[in-house]
Ligand binder design. Structure first.
Ligand SMILES: [Zn+2]
Length: 77
């Protein structure tokens, strides 16, 4: 991964480190959120994928339910 010295820093381009980056709207697909990213300084494009691990159920009367996908556990409040 030596070609991507800035990988892991979400604020900048993973390759050149420029903070002029642009992200598309989030796309939901198969319980993951995808965001297409473009660096405005170098030609790199990449995709950020967010795994949805927890679900919170909020009602007009407050938080009632948490589901954790990794623990396969449901918590009723
Ligand atoms: Zn770049």
């Amino acid at each position: 991964m030596k070609d991507y010295p800035h990988a892991g820093n979400m604020e900048v381009c993973p390759k050149c480190g420029a903070d002029q980056i642009e992200g598309s709207a989030f796309n939901l697909q198969d319980e993951s959120l995808y965001q297409e990213m473009t660096c405005l300084t170098c030609p790199l494009k990449w995709t950020e994928v967010y795994d949805i691990a927890r679900r919170f159920t909020h009602t007009s009367e407050g938080l009632i339910y948490i589901y954790d996908r990794n623990l396969k556990k449901e918590t009723e409040l």
